[in-house]
Design a protein around this ligand. Structure first.
Ligand code: ATP
Length: 267
């Protein structure tokens, strides 16, 4: 547990409503993943749930958010691994880390192991792989197979990737459920905008918010989030250092559509 300290997350619970759009993904997950983690006694035999789920799609579309929401609803412990920090820090030790990770997760069931950028950890065999990478992959497969063959296990591995084609074929097969997480629709973008700007004083009307959802065609959820944050900073950006020291928060001017238009040029 000491080794994994950084990877064990206690985070603010994420509700389904916090995720804009992705309605069909939500219902799939409720039936296939969340209920089985909550009521393993009902989901046995042919009803036994998958132990590996792959979320793929463009960056910033809410894959991490979905994984956290599944953990929140299943009341599962959440272990998050980011391979880019992991492999540099644990050169040659990553295989041991995988073993430890599964052991600790098993001790904290129900548990979810979330591997962001899973392709970089478990990529296709490129021919020039060193032995430690191969051992790491094999270790991972052993544990995933172990979880899949044990009906009692309440362990789920969620992998996220922007490049599913880079994933090792053997690994991909283990992620039995694969779900494409697309860029948000106009309606989803509007929901994200509404949710974020609710937190600040603004004078945008419904028509302007609707316009913003149209102007942001092609933006990911993370992009829309950045846009709103950038625009929300405008009233603070306009202050002199002196005003910044003395102004009360209720005296700040409202965020305007012009602030958003300016933000659209930047983000
Ligand atoms: P990456 O592939 O870059 O790791 P990701 O797909 O895991 O990205 P998240 O980290 O889940 O994306 O999303 C980044 C941020 O974007 C979230 O914290 C959230 O603020 C916002 N966001 C993205 N998609 C949605 C969505 N569907 N609903 C609400 N917020 C969203």
């Amino acid at each position: 547990e000491q080794i994994l300290g950084e990877s064990m997350h206690d985070f603010k619970p994420v509700a389904w409503e916090d995720i804009a759009g992705l309605e069909s993904a939500k219902s799939t997950f409720l039936e296939a993943i969340i209920m089985p983690l909550r009521r393993p006694d009902l989901f046995t035999g042919v009803r036994c749930p998958p132990r590996g789920v792959l979320l793929f799609g463009p960056p910033g579309t809410g894959k991490t958010l979905i994984a956290k929401s599944i953990a929140s609803q299943a009341k599962a412990k959440f272990f998050s691994i980011n391979p880019s920090s992991l492999t540099s820090k644990w050169v040659g030790e990553a295989e041991k880390l995988v073993k430890t990770l599964f052991a600790v997760a098993a001790a904290h069931q129900p548990a979810i192991i979330f591997i962001d950028e899973v392709d970089s950890l478990l990529s296709k065999r490129s021919g020039n792989e060193n032995e430690s990478t191969l051992r790491l992959k094999n270790e991972f497969l052993i544990h995933l197979d172990g979880a899949a063959s044990n009906e009692e296990t309440r362990l789920l591995v969620i992998g996220a990737t922007n490049r599913p084609q880079e994933l090792d074929e053997a690994v991909r097969r283990r992620f039995v459920r694969r779900l494409y997480v697309p860029l948000p629709t106009k309606e989803a973008r509007q929901k994200i905008i509404e949710k974020i700007i609710r937190q600040v004083k603004h004078n945008l009307d419904d028509f302007e918010i609707h316009q913003l959802s149209e102007f942001t065609d092609g933006y990911s959820g993370a992009d829309v989030d950045s846009l709103c944050r950038y625009a929300s900073m405008a009233p603070l950006r306009a202050l002199t250092p002196n005003q910044m020291e003395t102004i009360e928060s209720h005296q700040l001017p409202a965020v305007t559509m012009d602030d958003f238009k300016q933000a659209l040029r930047v983000i």
